[in-house]
Design a protein around this ligand. Structure first.
Ligand code: ME8
Length: 523
């Protein structure tokens, strides 16, 4: 495994406002990026906005502004949200960046010179909303309707430049056969394989029905198709078209994280383009499923759309970190959609954050306050229950880091929380509040509370990528000095870092919140 790591989100269309979907994918990448930095890897985390194409041109026209103005406004809104959510991306790319445009043209020229792009006539079924062509077989399967908007596909014919995708059929089949983890999760990989077996058709690289895009070099009237422009962002952000780029070391990507609806572009068209450019292929394209809301597809008319104001209300009521926890532990990371429900959010918040993490941190700190005047007691040695805490923590740390690495973020969260539950079980079994009644037990009492604090400290390090603010608050209460950008998780997570005598303050991390009366959607 190389030390550098590269993770990307899709670049988001600027004709939409940020909503739960964008927040979700970006949060997944943020958690992974934080975990890998903390694990000692040199991470580059990229997100950005996709700003060209017919849709943006049309939306801008409808508002009577220029496409550039619309792109500037909405791209700024996406960046504002990133900052508001504390997302730790290393760069934000815009497809209107001059540097991106220059490199896209350079890559297209390279493909032309190598004969992977040709001028031809194409006829097919076109989904205008998605700016995507379908083959006859696929269009029939879709009942000649857009799988996204439900609107009829139109028969379209164009004189365009095409990418010889069909020439990569065998190489792509080989890729899928040799690297079963290239597309994850498995259910999604099988869908791609099924479509791949239908046979590949060449795809347009330019369009002539709009002007808002990157001009095709030496071909007046031809504009580079928005998907080709967009996919190339993953390598233009690293400056790969140039001879020497300081960011080149991050290629190939460790994870391209995308939603299931755009997997085909990332799992088939993108690797074929990279093969044509003689570039290495990403390690994994990870396609998560969709959030639905209160049991139904999110829609603006139903009023169940989890838009930015709704998300902000959750932040205000439950905290940003509670929101992140719900995204990571209950989100649609695997092949099935996940339902966002106000009631479920509240239940999970109360069970896992208030009653488990916060409660355990609070009762341990309270007992140290009460029985040891707020100074961490020493571990007096000897067995209290038959727990080998050092070994228990070591195993939780090992497994959690592995889950993070593999993008098994829900399992990472659950393994870290299991360590907190172990501390809770230890307190319930040893009943320190009863032992405290007899001064003769002071040494055992101290040993128990030291072990609880130390195991909690280790669990907190494992939870940090998901809940950075709350964990830092925990660190302040427990006198933990930790800098996740410098310190190494594996070193910190070994037993015995907390020093006896450290001042421990009463710790209240997640407040109890009243159950929601009704779904807090719009209003
Ligand atoms: O497709 N649940 O951009 P986009 C979970 N510009 N995730 C969701 C979601 C939902 N209900 N809705 C959206 C584009 N997403 C192109 C991408 S990449 C080279 C070009 C997330 O603004 C999910 O990650 O429509 C999905 O793939 C992405 O938003 C689509 O964002």
């Amino acid at each position: 495994m190389t030390n550098s790591a590269y993770i990307t989100t899709p670049i988001y269309y600027v004709n939409d406002k940020p909503h739960i979907g964008h927040a979700y994918t970006t949060t997944l990448c943020d958690v992974w990026a934080r975990a890998m930095r903390f694990a000692g890897r040199d991470v580059f985390f990229l997100t950005g906005t996709d700003e060209h194409g017919v849709k943006v041109e049309k939306s801008a026209m409808a508002r009577g502004i220029s496409p550039q103005q619309l792109a500037d406004e909405n791209s700024a809104e996406f960046r504002r949200v990133l900052a508001l959510f504390g997302l730790s991306n290393d760069h934000f790319i815009r497809t209107t960046d001059p540097d991106h445009k220059r490199q896209v043209q350079a890559f297209i020229k390279r493909l032309l010179e190598k004969g992977h792009i040709y001028l031809g006539t194409f006829e097919g079924w076109y989904d205008e909303g998605q700016e995507e062509y379908h083959t006859e077989t696929r269009a029939k399967e879709l009942d000649y309707k857009s799988p996204i908007s439900g609107r009829p596909l139109t028969r379209a014919k164009e004189d365009n430049y095409y990418f010889r995708l069909s020439a990569f059929q065998a190489q792509l089949e080989k890729l899928f056969a040799e690297r079963p983890d290239f597309v994850r999760p498995e259910g999604r990989r099988n869908e791609v394989l099924g479509r791949l077996r239908d046979g590949l058709q060449d795809v347009p690289v330019t369009r002539t029905n709009f002007t808002w895009g990157i001009p095709m070099p030496d071909a007046p009237g031809h504009v580079i198709y928005v998907w080709i422009d967009a996919l190339l962002n993953y390598i233009t952000a690293l400056g790969l078209a140039d001879e020497k780029s300081p960011r080149a070391k991050y290629w190939p990507a460790t994870y391209h994280v995308v939603g299931k609806e755009i997997l085909w572009f990332h799992a088939v068209i993108w690797p074929a383009m990279l093969m044509a450019l003689d570039l290495k292929l990403p390690e994994c394209v990870y396609a998560h499923s969709f959030w639905i809301s209160e049991g139904q597809k999110m829609s603006k008319t139903l009023g169940n759309f989890i838009d930015l104001p709704t998300i902000e209300r959750y932040h205000a009521t439950y905290s940003l970190d509670a929101w992140r926890w719900y995204m990571i532990t209950q989100g649609p990371l695997e092949a099935t959609d996940a339902d966002f429900s106000a009631k479920h959010f509240h239940e999970m918040y109360t069970a896992e954050l208030v009653n488990t993490f916060a409660n355990c941190a609070s009762r341990t700190s309270a007992m140290i306050g009460k029985y040891f005047e707020g100074a961490l007691p020493a571990d007096g040695g000897g067995e209290v229950t038959n727990r080998n805490w050092s070994a228990i923590c070591h195993e939780h740390v090992r497994q959690t880091i592995l889950h993070y690495e593999r993008f098994e973020l829900r399992q990472a969260a659950m393994t870290a929380l299991a360590l907190v539950r172990e501390v809770d079980a230890f307190i319930n079994e040893t009943q320190p509040f009863k032992l405290a009644k007899d001064p003769a037990n002071v040494q055992t009492l101290g040993t128990i509370l030291y072990r609880c604090s130390e195991a909690l400290r280790i669990a907190s390090c494992l939870l940090w990528p998901i809940m950075p603010s709350k964990v830092e608050e925990f660190w302040r209460c427990y006198g933990v000095t930790c800098n996740p950008t410098k310190d190494r998780l594996a070193d910190l997570a070994t037993w015995g870092h907390l020093k006896p005598g450290t001042r421990i303050e009463k710790c209240a991390l997640f407040m109890r919140v009243e159950a929601p009366a009704a779904t807090p959607t719009k209003g």
